[in-house]
Design a protein. Sequence first.
Length: 315
Amino acid sequence: MESNHEQAVARAAELLGPLAARDVPLGPMTTYRVGGAADLFVRLTARDQVPTVAAALNVSGLPLLVIGRGSNLLVANAGFRGIALSIAEICNDIEIDTETSTVTAGSGVLLPVLARRVASAGLTGFEWAVGVPGSVGGAVRMNAGGHGSDMSESLTSVTLADLADDSNGDIVQSMDVEQLGLRFRGSGLSPSQLIIDATVQLSPGSREAAEGELSEIVHWRRANQPGGQNAGSVFVNPVPGEVTCGELIDSAGLRGFRHGSATVSEKHANFIQADENGSADDVRALMRLVRDRVEAASGWRLRSEIRLVGFEDDF
């Protein structure tokens, strides 16, 4: 006899038809490259398919996970018991208006690509994004940032689709930045609010100066941060610019510490590396161990910057 969850998956799969595939591994879609599968995975190829996803969500009651570039996700070995959705193929346009210094980019656009495009157009204020390997949609949702700036500094509005709206009307709407509830590495957006594109207000400037800053940021990150299988900084700095997670973790003697297939980076202690064919649960366990030992050693309780998906208990 099917469980209620299995019945919900079957209802959603029936509505989605050929749009959906079952039990698709999500690990390869993330920069950690570890983790389990989604019950259903949908890769949209046209915007008119969005209402079908909304209908499947509302009929089934299944949770939604939007997969962008996966640069801030850790998916549990058990996977995601819901519908995972990629819209990168339908939201990858960039529109640059040099007269008004405004840029509108689809949610699937890579931040480094956008940073280089606007710099080459002689616009400044988005150079920081060249070092963030995520997508525009994820950057809005997490208010991504670095090098002294973040999305909230230039973001003016977004276009989104509210997939929880089960009406027959148009589920696409525009929202000003003040309505998004942006905060440090977070926002007030719900999982059902699907970002289609974002508009930023930049400033006219020197192309040469902007591209020079891009080069400096890329050089700094290569010199100071590890490559390989990770999702960037694991914890949010308790006091940005004053108390950093890397220093706290290092002081707790955890640089290079290994748990199973996960390791605290030797190059930067606020990065956790996953081995090839490693375990997402090992990464999560090491995150917890680091958090607890840092708190015991310093009194600071670190908060995760990584979005954890499919784990049974809260971090």
